[in-house]
Design a protein around this ligand. Structure first.
Ligand code: 0PR
Length: 352
């Protein structure tokens, strides 16, 4: 059987990370369970309730509704579906910044909603004037990103909430990646800060759970009910999830990771990752590269393509932004030692 290398040492491109040992152990114990069938697998179904309330605690929401999804894509698709079901017109629109993840394109294709993509300002955050100009009575949802995929930027969520409210649209926040670091920052991003209706927040990214463990949260159960279909031959009578059979391993590992790490372990990790991102940004800047200041633990820098390729040939797993910048995600497995050897390779392979 082939395998990916065991070591994450040179992986700088991923938004997933090595699961916490407790998460790995819990995943193994629940490998053959299906939270989609709570009548048959009641223990993992109870664990999913625990996962949702823990996610609610992190995201500032008392008595949250939601479930553990396969990832941010499913959470975003389902959030758009909730908004569409709630809308009373024929083909509703969803207003979102250009920084939003491509999963919203999938949602639009599947759900026959129209995306209205608005630009970001120079700081990479949604342009509020453009959002205001774009919403109207057809708007079913406004999307804010709390930790964007390419630059780690956080949109002005409270202001987006006001705009959504003004046209009676839902506010969905995509904190799939940012949700486990934002509690330790000054950003206003969660249910307690704004009239957020739904949120994507993924344990399998910064939460250090095993894949697949995404999170969909909804302010109230009636929003989740928009997704419910009847399940005639199961003990439970309805199902709000997109997939039927689901990963009990993901659910159990999410609970194990959060119980182990929330809040102190995640705080320590945020501080380490953010310091690493700032360190890397300053090292690249001092070498003359244009660097996008890391708002969250994610560094983007313009490096020449030959250097990028040479680093990849050296075994570094790297990715690029849409504009071609090198992108380094300072996940928990990315250490200062690792970044020091990365910078040493930058110096060695630099061809300018
Ligand atoms: N929302 C945001 C803000 C994201 O960054 C991502 C994924 C999603 C939603 C979708 O989440 P799922 O991929 O869990 O459905 N962002 C990364 C990306 O698409 C995911 C990723 C993960 C990429 C691991 C590489 C990798 O090795 O680039």
């Amino acid at each position: 059987m082939r395998a990916e290398p065991q070591s994450f040492d040179r992986v700088l491109s991923s938004m997933c990370t090595e699961p916490h040992p407790a998460a790995r152990e819990a995943a193994e114990r629940f490998l053959a369970t299906n939270p989609g069938d709570p009548g048959t697998y009641p223990t993992v179904a109870d664990l999913e309730d625990d996962a949702v309330s823990l996610l609610g605690e992190i995201a500032g929401l008392d008595e949250p509704a939601g479930y553990v999804a396969s990832g941010g894509t499913e959470a975003n698709v389902q959030a758009v579906r909730i908004a569409r079901e709630r809308a009373e017109n024929g083909r509703p629109t969803v207003v979102l910044p250009e920084s939003a993840h491509f999963s919203f394109q999938k949602a639009a294709d599947l759900l026959d909603v129209e995306l209205r993509v608005v630009p970001t300002t120079d700081d990479g955050r949604a342009d509020l004037e453009a959002v205001r100009a774009c919403v109207n009575e057809d708007t079913a949802a406004v999307v804010g990103v709390a930790g964007s995929t390419e630059y780690g930027r956080v949109d002005p969520i409270p202001e987006l909430g006001e705009i959504a409210d003004s046209v009676d649209a839902l506010l969905h926040v995509d904190a799939a990646w940012g949700g486990f670091v934002l509690p330790f920052t000054d950003y206003e991003w969660h249910f307690g800060h704004a009239p957020v209706d739904t949120m994507a927040i993924d344990p399998h990214k910064m939460g250090q759970a095993a894949v697949p463990a995404g999170g969909l949260l909804a302010r109230s159960s009636d929003l989740l009910d928009e997704l419910a279909v009847e399940t005639p031959y199961l003990e439970s009578t309805s199902q709000a999830t997109l997939t039927g059979t689901r990963s009990g391993a993901g659910v159990a590992s999410a609970v194990a990771a959060i119980e182990e790490l929330w809040p102190d372990g995640y705080r320590d990790q945020y501080v380490r990752s953010q310091n690493n991102a700032k360190w890397l940004a300053s090292k690249l800047e001092s070498r003359g590269y244009d660097v996008v200041e890391p708002a969250l633990p994610l560094v983007a820098a313009s490096v020449p393509t030959p250097l990028f390729e040479a680093l990849r040939d050296e075994g570094w797993r790297l990715s690029r932004t849409g504009d071609g910048e090198l992108r380094v995600v300072c996940m928990p497995h990315v250490t200062r030692d690792g970044l020091e050897s990365f910078v040493a390779d930058v110096d060695r392979l630099e061809t300018r």
